[in-house]
Design a protein around this ligand. Sequence first.
Ligand SMILES: NC(=O)c1ccc[n+]([C@@H]2O[C@H](COP(=O)([O-])OP(=O)(O)OC[C@H]3O[C@@H](n4cnc5c(N)ncnc54)[C@H](O)[C@@H]3O)[C@@H](O)[C@H]2O)c1
Length: 254
Amino acid sequence: MQRLQDRVAVVTGGGSGIGLATVRRFAAEGAKVVVADIDAGAGEAAAAEVDGLFVKVDVTDEAQVREMFEAAVAAYGRLDIAFNNAGISPPEDDSILTTGIDAWRRVQEVNLTSVYLCSKYAIEHMLVRSKGSIINTASFVAVLGAATSQISYTASKGGVLSMSRELGVQFARQGIRVNALCPGPVNTPLLQELFAKDPERAARRLVHIPLGRFAQPEEIAAAVAFLASDDASFITASQFLVDGGISGAYVTPI
Ligand SMILES: NC(=O)c1ccc[n+]([C@@H]2O[C@H](COP(=O)([O-])OP(=O)(O)OC[C@H]3O[C@@H](n4cnc5c(N)ncnc54)[C@H](O)[C@@H]3O)[C@@H](O)[C@H]2O)c1
């Protein structure tokens, strides 16, 4: 499929996991891809793989975010797609009883303030052509509670979900679609390391997933490419769940 032929896409967190899989999928569908990441080694490698542009960015820094979108437009002439995806889930973000204010604030900055900044500056460029698709990475934890809490992470993703909905409504008639992507647990290096060390923690989660496994990053990237493309032309302000059925489940198959 070449649904993104000559579209210009910015992917934050494009050096790893879901972002990297999406960089590859966007390029395979014909897009020109700007890989943005705070990790220069990973980001440069991803950009080189797809013959794209690498921009080193800390998504919590307003000037750097503005310059990232300016660099994309300077290189390729326009901005069609923003996949605002960079995020963190550090171990010090845990139960509300043990999570300190510094850990809380850091996660809010990287996961939520970044999406505010990236959406703000992406929309400015998209308004010029009255067309664009913004996909903000939230999570299934924005719609479901977990007893295994990561309190700031969950709150940040709830914020991403509500903000994306509001932006989708506000800019709908100006040709800009905004959707919140809500992945279930995805088999990224982070998750592998966590659960390879502790199979019981993996089992505790797998029992809730009707499909009985974690997602592969490519399965999330496929949903992002759909939302980015004109195939999703009537989809905006949505909470787009790609969660293996978790959010629909009461009792799962064994
Ligand atoms: N993996 C999962 O199970 C899962 C589930 C639901 C949602 N998500 C969300 O998906 C997104 C991607 O997650 P992933 O699993 O691919 O993670 P990952 O750790 O594999 O990749 C995240 C990327 O973001 C970059 N990054 C981190 N902080 C940054 C900053 N300040 N500025 C710029 N880049 C920064 C990292 O360098 C890395 O390349 C995150 O928002 C995450 O919360 C992940």
